[in-house]
Design a protein around this ligand. Structure first.
Ligand code: PHE
Length: 445
């Protein structure tokens, strides 16, 4: 039962807040770096255009028409296909699984706000040891900040769509845009900028192996918050007569824009000061702080602002990762919002602690299988498998299970003559592309 609805701006900021997250500023630059830049970026951009758009419209449509939680909305729309309830519930669970590492990384970021405020590491080596020390042996520090993240996120979600989630996004998203935009303008004035452009946009196809391909497609889903019912759940609280297509356009544009702007800015700073673009998850925690140190006073200011912006991006996404299961708890299990928020919160909080342990030198070996520790496994299973699969389910649901007339009634007026193209790409192109990903995955696994 929905009482409070988003305002129009509130929805756009909340959906953009969900999409623009650690995926854009922390993950995208380091995976682009690891897979050699250009070719990877291109596959990601093509996926966003070809699949991201059409699946996002479908996901919003399900929430908008179903007006319920991520699982029940499917059944509300088509009561003859009850099995989709389970698909929706599994999707929503992916959100909590993602949260088990997402909250840990938000914790690192909160910790780094203090590092930036007190003393930035003076060299890459020193930065490396600060980061490695945190991961390897400062288990309690990590648990402390992970706890802070858990409390903040649960407190916002417990206040609901309007008083919690919309409010948070109305404040933090504009701040995030200003900080990232301002730092990007500064980066534009540096010589390293052209090298950053080359790195991000000159494809070197030899670097594109099948793992890079799967990662790029998975990342497109991850960064657009697709395939786990986050946007679906938000869309259930859209005001009547909302335009799903223009909302989608704005959210995709903001998300892609921020990823490219943040990537260009980071690589500019790195090139300007001779640091390496490919240093894994530690990229923004190792190379970047050392570069900020080199920049002097303005660097310190940048460092503090940057980690704040990263925290904002993370928190506004985190609430959308938790909300689908919280909503299921309320609708299906008749919990109060407070109880549901705490229960779902505890789920990711407790597993998150094991994720922290899986990075520490003491427990790493026990919690590593086949070259990936628990952190990497959860990241891989959710981003590369569960989200694309969730996207596929939604494409099939809207493309084949729903009656065409039902879909047309809402989207034909909004899409106009693009309706046919969208419908075709949702029914055939998106599933075909995801099938190719599945094949690649079988080869990779
Ligand atoms: N899109 C978010 C990011 O880029 C992560 C996310 C994934 C949020 C799926 C919600 C759903 O960080």
């Amino acid at each position: 039962m929905k009482i409070a609805r988003f305002s129009r701006v509130g929805f756009i900021l909340a959906a953009a807040g969900s999409a623009v997250g650690l995926g854009n500023i922390w993950k995208f630059p380091y995976i682009a770096g690891e897979y050699g830049g250009g070719a990877f970026v291109l596959v990601y951009l093509i996926t966003v255009m070809l699949i991201g758009f059409s699946v996002m419209i479908a996901e919003l449509l399900i929430g908008y028409l179903g007006r319920s939680d991520a699982a029940s909305s499917f059944v509300k729309i088509s009561s003859t296909h009850k099995s989709f309830w389970l698909a929706g519930a599994i999707m929503a669970m992916a959100g909590l699984l993602i949260m088990t590492f997402y909250s840990v990384v938000i914790g690192w970021i909160l910790n780094y706000i203090f590092v930036a405020l007190t003393s930035l590491p003076a060299s890459v080596d020193e930065a490396k040891s600060v980061f490695t020390q945190m991961i390897d042996s400062s288990i309690l520090t990590q648990i402390f900040f992970h706890t802070v993240a858990f409390v903040l996120i649960s407190a916002v979600v417990a206040r609901g769509i309007k008083g919690g989630i919309e409010r948070l996004n109305m404040v933090l998203m504009p701040l995030l845009f200003v900080i990232v935009g301002g730092m990007f303008l500064y980066a534009l004035s540096l010589d390293g900028f052209s090298k950053a452009v080359d790195f991000m946009f000159m494809p070197d196809w030899s670097k594109l192996n099948s793992e890079a391909f799967v990662t790029a497609v998975g990342h497109a889903f991850f960064t657009l918050s697709l395939g786990m019912g986050a946007l679906l759940t938000y869309a259930a609280s859209l005001p009547k007569n909302s335009n799903l297509v223009s909302n989608t356009l704005i959210v995709v544009a903001l998300d892609t824009g921020i990823a490219l702007v943040a990537g260009l800015m980071l690589f500019t700073f790195l090139y300007e000061y001779g640091a390496e673009p490919s240093s894994g998850p530690g990229l923004v925690f190792i190379s970047l702080p050392a570069v900020f140190y080199e920049m002097g006073t303005i660097g310190t200011v940048f460092a503090v602002l940057f980690f704040f912006a990263l925290a904002f991006a993370g928190l506004t996404s985190a609430v959308s990762l938790v909300e689908p299961m919280v909503q299921i708890g309320i609708d299906k299990f008749k919990m109060s919002r407070l109880k549901s928020s705490i229960s779902m919160g505890l789920f990711f909080y407790l597993i998150g602690i094991v994720v922290i342990l899986s990075g520490s030198s003491e427990f790493k070996e026990t919690l590593t299988w086949g070259g990936k520790n628990l952190f990497d496994w959860i990241d891989f299973i959710t981003a590369s498998i569960m989200l694309p699969l969730g996207g596929l389910m939604m494409a099939i649901f809207v493309g084949f299970v729903m009656r065409r007339s039902q879909v047309e009634a809402v989207l034909k007026p909004q899409l106009g003559r693009f309706f046919e193209i969208w419908y075709f790409s949702l029914r055939f192109i998106a599933p075909a592309a995801l099938f190719v990903v599945a094949l690649h995955l079988l080869g990779v696994a």
